[in-house]
Design a protein around this ligand. Structure first.
Ligand code: SF4
Length: 206
């Protein structure tokens, strides 16, 4: 596919799982994200193939109220660090890997007013349902099942349920024409896999 650039993120965010979608929505609303949200989102963007240069550009353009000096002194280093461009990991030639669901779900320090973490686990059920509705998940049956999953602490299942519901037409098409089998649709346990699968399905089902 075409190279992923800073200016393509708004459009691509339709393929993001709710954890990253929520960060993107909050970033656009507030022109800012707190530290742990920035880190979670930066590593995800790295994982979808955004280059370091484009990632710096993405954050620079997103932080509308900041001067270049503020941006360079407060934020740029952390982005480069996440990519392994500076710091101890740079010498070893790597940055941090993008977070898995297990890592995100296991974060016990997501406080009120913070937007990182997993919405299925860390948001109140009402906020979760409101967020889902704002991203186009209106089906009453699905929302009821998500409430039920979350009540039983089956956060993954809720996330995969929403994926399958939002991609039901594409999934039907690639199964019907034999492009994919059930084995291509195993449970998603990584936000970057969610993105990749959503993006691929859209191309395949065109
Ligand atoms: Fe993100 Fe994983 Fe939570 Fe889904 S289950 S919202 S991919 S952390």
């Amino acid at each position: 596919g075409a190279a992923i650039t800073a200016s393509s993120i708004d459009q691509l965010s339709q393929h993001f799982p709710l954890c990253m979608r929520s960060l993107h929505i909050n970033l656009r609303k507030n022109n800012h994200l707190k530290h742990f949200g920035r880190l979670q989102y930066t590593l995800f963007l790295k994982g979808i193939g955004l280059s370091l240069e484009e990632c710096i550009l993405f954050w620079r353009q997103s932080f509308k109220g900041k001067t270049d000096d503020e941006f360079n002194s407060q934020y740029k280093y952390n982005i480069r660090h996440a990519y392994g461009d500076v710091g101890g990991d740079a010498r070893r030639g790597r940055g941090y890997p993008p977070y898995s669901c297990q890592k995100i779900l296991g974060d016990n320090n997501v406080g009120i007013g913070q937007t990182h973490g997993c919405p299925y686990r860390h948001y109140s059920v009402d906020n979760l349902v409101g967020l889902l509705q704002s991203t186009g998940v209106h089906d009453k049956g699905i929302l009821r099942e998500v409430r039920d999953d979350v009540g039983k602490q089956r956060y993954h299942i809720a996330c995969n349920r929403v994926f399958e519901w939002s991609h039901k037409n594409e999934i039907k098409k690639v199964k019907d024409d034999g492009t994919w089998s059930q084995a291509d649709l195993d449970t998603i346990v990584h936000p970057n896999v969610y993105f990749k699968r959503s993006y691929l399905l859209k191309q395949l089902a065109k």
